[in-house]
Write a protein that binds this ligand. Structure first.
Ligand code: ADP
Ligand code: MG
Length: 252
């Protein structure tokens, strides 16, 4: 089992979009993929279906492997999904308190699942430091940070580097981290300039860039991933390239 944790310092940068479509791209490349929504917004499921029924999920914090396995949903895309789950406010708080007591909760539960060799788990997270990000980074074989080509994202890079080195570096099973620059707009000089600066900064940690592409928002509005909705779009091509970088880093 390999775990790809998708993180960001800021919200709205496209983490869920990248998580869902990276999962789909890896699945299309022949891997078995489980996507996990570790964000209380509980929105990853909308990239996989238009009308999710009320769903149990992680927040129910099942302790035994059979109960965990029961949370895994097949989706039309072929990617399996564990949603965050519908919950009340006290349930969310109790879950977060549990996550804070044991930073290895997620990786321990994932190991209990015995998913088998070669399965790739893609984890979506809420923005910024949180108990969720700690869990995801503690579990990560590879961390993928999503940034926008703007000054605001650039300013968050030191914080991201600190978080990743705190929870990931030094672990034997950690294969490193990379950056996806999302919403690159070739029509905007500033976007192009900052993308160039980020390329120079990241060097071989540049996992790829994803262009600003309306097709991605439309795919979400249809409850589909980009490969189902518009497989020949620019962003589909970009996400295939990101998935190849991930596969190479993980030695898949
Ligand atoms: N490359 C892109 N091009 C166009 N729209 C995008 C792109 N990436 C994300 N979006 C849109 O931006 C919004 C926020 O994306 P989302 O993945 O939910 O961000 P986050 O999970 O970081 O909060 C969504 O409406 C999504 O469709
Ligand atoms: Mg999100």
């Amino acid at each position: 089992m390999k775990v790809v944790s998708v993180v960001s310092a800021k919200g709205g940068v496209g983490k869920s979009t990248v998580s869902a479509n990276l999962a789909a791209a890896l699945q299309q490349q022949g891997h078995t993929v489980l996507a996990i929504d570790l964000d209380p917004q509980n929105g990853l499921r909308y990239h996989f279906t238009l009308e999710p029924s009320s769903m149990a999920g992680l927040v129910q914090a099942p302790q035994d492997a059979d109960a965990w396995r029961a949370l895994i949903r097949p989706t039309e895309s072929g990617v399996a999904l564990i949603p965050y789950g519908d919950c009340t406010e006290p349930e969310r708080q109790a879950f977060e308190a549990e996550l804070r007591t044991d930073a290895s909760w997620l990786i321990s539960r994932l190991r209990d699942l015995e998913l088998g060799h070669g399965v790739v788990v893609v984890i979506d997270t809420p923005p910024g430091p949180s108990a969720y990000m700690t869990q995801a980074l503690t579990a990560a074989s590879l961390a993928v940070a999503v940034v926008l080509p703007d000054a605001g994202s650039y300013a968050t890079l030191p914080q991201l580097n600190t978080l990743i080195s705190t929870y990931c570096e030094g672990r034997d099973n950690f294969s490193g981290y990379g950056f996806v620059v999302n919403q690159v707009d070739q029509g905007q000089q500033l976007s192009k300039d900052i993308t160039q600066v980020l390329r120079t900064t990241f060097q071989d940690r540049m996992a790829g860039l994803v262009h600003l592409d309306q097709s991605l928002s439309e795919a979400l509005a249809h409850g589909k991933n980009i490969f189902q909705y518009r497989p020949h779009s620019v962003s589909a091509r970009d996400l295939v390239a990101c998935a190849q970088w991930v596969a190479q880093r993980l030695d898949l």
